[in-house]
Structure formats: structure tokens, C-alpha cells
Design a protein around this ligand. Structure first.
Ligand code: KIV
Ligand code: ZN
Length: 525
């Protein structure tokens, strides 16, 4: 195992992934414990140097997830976040100490706006930074310190507190652009000046942590590297609060494709990018926009006649990277309804799913049902099917049957049967269109006060028989949950996604230690 401190190549850029911390902090992107373990293991296999696994003091769930990831991870350094107080730092250490290579990341907001919140003077804050970084360093050899909102902090004060943190023992200094305010020139210059002017700067690694509010996170991160930063903090698909964080896949591929002008390397196996992007999208409920760089559905699709003609003659005319470099295999016709169980097993294995025994029998049954409805089953269909299978595994509420009557000449009508902990409940409802009627039927059985924030439908493949992936996001008392499902029937996918979100809402309530029965069930049938 090579830990970041053993890397000696001056042009090697460390990749610090914060999908499970800053990404998961994004409203609605909550992941379950098992999902976090799975994503951490994929990040480790892909070659991420440091995984920020969570914020251990935030909740018992976060603490457990960080501890478990620390215990299991083979290669990457495992980092936890802590505010600038001893209690947070101690809790963080308790979680990360199980790792082969642990790191404590402590931070405090240093800009005038952020200093005003704890109401500390500049001197008081400087003392706090000294004391908390010293405390962290007494626990762990590997300490990262961040002046939150660094890009809006007065230059002199920023340089002063960076020096204090280095003297107190920080080994990585992260410069966050917390509100996505900086621009490439300024981002490079800030790091360059800190390295040139702060005593001790040559002994630590400078990191860049950019948010995407002005759409410049990737450019700002790369500019910071030009300025001397050797750690990029990023998330898969750019997941994160508001407009998100720097997207891992973008900075990694930019450094690879434009090595001629940016002679830096990372340890990422880029052929694993597509698989992890899909997985993060599925577990977070945040779909990837079709035209998203590197991992969007259209990133390698050439529609226009001129482009297609050029591509057929020589792929390099319009492609600066090959689809296989990011793990995108040619979309292939998988199988039809006559395909057997062994063929399905081997195809799923190729797509990264090891399915055996009862699970294989279950998936095979669902595959056959899909193949009956849809002539051609593509890789994307199988991935959607697997994601549905995993999502619904532990659901307490399941959709048993749904019939909808809709069309011109009257309101749509839905008849629905759900099972709640195995017991059937039925309802009928009317609505303005089939989805509205079906959602009203769910609401008649599962009473809740959550507000629908997002209802989104996208086609998995081409054609009118394509499966629809539906995402539903709901908010209740500040808790935001997402649900997803895919089916060739858009209304069925919609109801399953809605029910999936309700199941997650119940889980969140249980996690918050409140009575899950706040959602009451009634037999409206
Ligand atoms: O954006 C930010 O400032 C952060 C810090 C906690 C590093 O995420
Ligand atoms: Zn951040």
C-alpha cells in the first residue's frame, strides 16, 4: 500500500474524494450504511488516495459508517471531518483510528462572515486554530486543516492562520472555495502566494476544494494545481450542496487527456469511472444530466450527420478520448426472452454484478418479465433492473399491483394494492392524469406530510418501449429523501419511485430515533 505521504513524484496529484461527506451533505442525497460501504470500496478500487468518509460527530450513523469504512479499506487513507473543537476531533479520531492510514480533517470558517458566527476576534480564532490542530496532531500523524471560505478571507489573515496551522502540525492545508466564488486566475494565484510566502509551506501539501456555483469548479481546481496544489478535493458526478463540488471524473480526465499542457498524474483507474458514476447516481437519487462531461449519457453520442460521418471515417475527428478509457463499453444488444440463466449471470458479471443463488433466480424472473415486454434488452436495461432490485430489497412498503384508467373524457382512475410489512392494503383514487391518480392512491394508504419537491422521468434507452427511470424527491420537516425506479410502464415506475422514497423517509425517521409509525397506514379499500 502506498499512502499519500509516501508519494515522492512532485507532479503526482492526490485525489481526495468527498462524495460520502460533502456529496452526501447535499439535500436529498442521503445514502444508507451499506451504500456508503459499497461506494467507499469502489473508490478504493479505483485508486482514490484519500476518502473523506463522513462527519463522525454528525450522527451515530455517520460515526458507524466512517468506522466501518476505516476498518475495511485496503489502500486509501480514510479521513473524517471535525469542527474546530476537541469533542468533534476526539469523535472523529475514534472513527478513523481503525484505518490502516487515518486522517483527521478539521476546519473553521475564517472569512469575516464566518468569523462573525462564533463571534471570535481574529486573535481568538487564531488561538482556537492553534489549539485544535495541536490536539488533532497529538492523536493522529496525518492532519488536514481547512480555513472554510478561504477565498473570501483577507489575504493577510489567511496567510497568518495557515502558518499557525502548519506550526501546530497540520500536514495538509486545504484552501476551500466554499461558495464557488473564485475564478481560475485567482485560484492559481492564491495557492502560489501561500506556498511562496507562508513559512513552512514547503513541508505540507496544499489542497484545493472548489464548489461549482459559477460553473468553474473544475477549471478552478486545475488552476490551483498549476499554482502548486497537489491534492484535489472532489466528488463523483460533482455531487454536493447547491451546484455541487468539483467532479472527480472531470479533473482526472482533463489531467489525462491534456497531459501535454498539464503534466500531472493521478492514481485513478479511469476505466472504472462510468460504473461508479452510475452507482453514485443510483444510491443518491441524483441523476446525471445527459450532457454532463465524461459520464453523461450523451458524452460519447454523435447525433449530427457530419459528426457521424467523421466518426465512421476516423473516431478521432470528434473524440478526444475513447469511451473505453472511462469504462463505457459499446452498448450491446444483450439478450431476448430466450436467453438462459447462465447467459444472464455472465452478462451481469461483465456489468459488475455478482449474482448467485436465490438472488439470481429473482433477477432472472424479473429479466424474463422485462424481455416479454421489451424485444431488445440492453446493458442499460439490466443495470436499471439491478438497481431496482437492490433498492427495493429492504423496503417495508411494496407495490403489489396497479391498474390505471386514463385518456380523454374524464379524470384518470387508479386501483392500487400495496403490502406494508407483508400485509395487503388497497385503495382507489382519481387524479389529474395517471400519475396524479396513482400517487393519490398511495397517499390514501400511506398518510404523510412530505412535500413532493421533484418528479423526473428519463428514458433508459431509445424507443417507445424503453424503460423509464423515475426520480422522486420529497421533503418533510427538513428531511429530504429521494426514491427511484425503472419500468417500461412509466406510471408503475413512478409509483415504485414514490414508494421507494416513502421507505427511505421511514428509515430516516427511525434513524432520527422517532416513531416510524408517524406514517400511518389506513385501509382505504
Ligand atoms: O466547502 C467547504 O468549505 C467544506 C469544508 C468543510 C472543507 O466543505
Ligand atoms: Zn465543501
Amino acid at each position: 500500500m502506498t499512502t499519500p505521504d509516501q508519494i515522492t513524484d512532485p507532479n503526482r496529484v492526490l485525489i481526495f474524494d468527498t462524495t460520502l461527506r460533502d456529496g452526501e451533505q447535499s439535500p436529498g442525497a442521503t445514502m444508507t450504511h451499506d451504500e456508503k460501504l459499497e461506494i467507499a470500496s469502489m473508490l478504493d478500487e479505483m485508486g482514490v488516495d484519500i476518502i473523506e468518509a463522513g462527519f463522525p460527530i454528525a450522527s451515530d450513523g455517520d460515526f458507524e459508517a466512517v468506522s466501518e469504512i476505516a476498518r475495511r479499506t485496503e489502500r486509501a487513507t480514510i479521513c473524517g471531518l471535525a469542527r474546530a473543537n476537541f469533542k468533534d476531533i476526539d469523535r472523529c479520531w475514534e472513527a478513523v483510528k481503525h484505518a490502516k492510514s487515518p486522517r483527521i480533517h478539521t476546519f473553521i470558517g475564517t472569512s469575516p462572515l464566518h468569523r462573525a458566527i462564533p463571534n471570535l476576534t481574529m486573535d481568538e480564532m487564531a488561538d482556537r486554530i492553534h489549539d485544535t490542530v495541536t490536539h488533532a496532531r497529538n492523536l493522529c500523524d496525518n492532519v488536514q486543516w481547512s480555513p472554510m471560505d478561504a477565498t473570501r478571507t483577507e489575504w493577510d489573515y489567511l496567510a497568518r492562520v495557515v502558518e499557525i496551522a502548519i506550526k501546530a502540525g497540520a500536514t495538509t492545508i486545504n484552501i476551500p472555495d466554499t461558495v464557488g466564488y473564485t475564478a481560475p486566475n485567482e485560484s492559481a494565484e492564491l495557492i502560489r502566494r501561500l506556498i511562496a510566502e507562508v513559512p513552512g509551506a514547503e513541508d505540507v501539501i496544499f489542497a484545493t476544494h472548489c464548489h461549482n456555483d459559477l460553473g468553474m469548479a473544475t477549471a478552478n481546481a486545475l488552476a490551483a494545481v498549476e499554482g502548486g496544489a497537489r491534492q484535489i478535493e472532489c466528488t463523483i458526478n460533482g455531487l454536493g450542496e447547491r451546484a455541487g463540488n468539483t467532479a472527480l471524473e472531470e479533473v482526472v480526465m482533463a489531467l489525462k487527456v491534456r497531459h501535454d499542457i498539464m503534466p500531472f498524474t493521478t492514481g485513478i483507474d479511469t476505466t472504472k469511472l462510468m460504473a461508479i458514476s452510475r452507482r453514485v447516481s443510483a444510491v443518491s437519487g441524483f441523476s446525471v444530466q445527459p450532457n454532463k462531461a465524461i459520464v453523461g449519457k450523451n458524452a460519447f453520442a454523435h447525433e449530427s450527420g457530419i459528426h457521424q460521418d467523421g466518426m465512421l471515417k476516423n473516431a478521432e475527428t470528434f473524440e478526444i478520448m475513447r469511451p473505453e478509457d472511462v469504462g463505457l463499453t459499446e452498448t450491446s444488444l444483450v439478450m431476448g426472452k430466450h436467453s438462459g440463466r447462465a447467459a444472464l449471470r455472465s452478462k451481469l458479471k461483465e456489468l459488475g454484478y455478482n449474482v448467485e443463488g436465490n438472488q439470481l433466480a429473482d433477477v432472472f424472473f424479473r429479466f424474463k418479465a422485462l424481455a416479454d415486454r421489451k424485444k431488445e434488452v440492453f446493458d442499460e436495461d439490466l443495470i436499471a433492473l439491478m438497481q431496482d432490485e437492490e433498492r427495493s430489497g429492504e423496503d417495508r412498503i411494496k407495490v403489489e399491483s396497479l391498474r390505471v384508467v386514463c385518456g380523454t373524457g374524464g379524470p384518470a382512475e387508479a386501483q392500487l394494492t400495496l403490502t406494508v410489512d407483508g400485509a395487503p392494503l388497497s385503495s382507489e383514487a382519481k387524479g389529474d392524469g395517471p400519475v396524479d391518480a396513482a400517487f393519490n392512491a398511495v397517499k390514501a394508504l400511506v398518510d404523510h406530510s412530505a412535500r413532493l419537491q421533484l418528479y423526473q422521468v428519463s428514458a433508459v434507452t431509445e424507443g417507445t418501449d424503453a424503460q423509464a427511470t423515475v426520480t422522486v424527491r420529497m421533503e418533510e420537516d427538513g428531511r429530504i429523501v429521494s426514491g427511484q425506479s425503472a419500468d417500461t410502464d412509466t406510471v408503475v415506475a413512478s409509483v415504485r419511485a414514490y414508494v421507494n422514497a416513502l421507505n427511505r423517509l421511514m428509515m430516516r425517521r427511525e434513524k432520527a430515533g422517532r416513531d416510524a409509525r408517524e406514517i400511518s397506514y389506513k385501509d382505504a379499500g
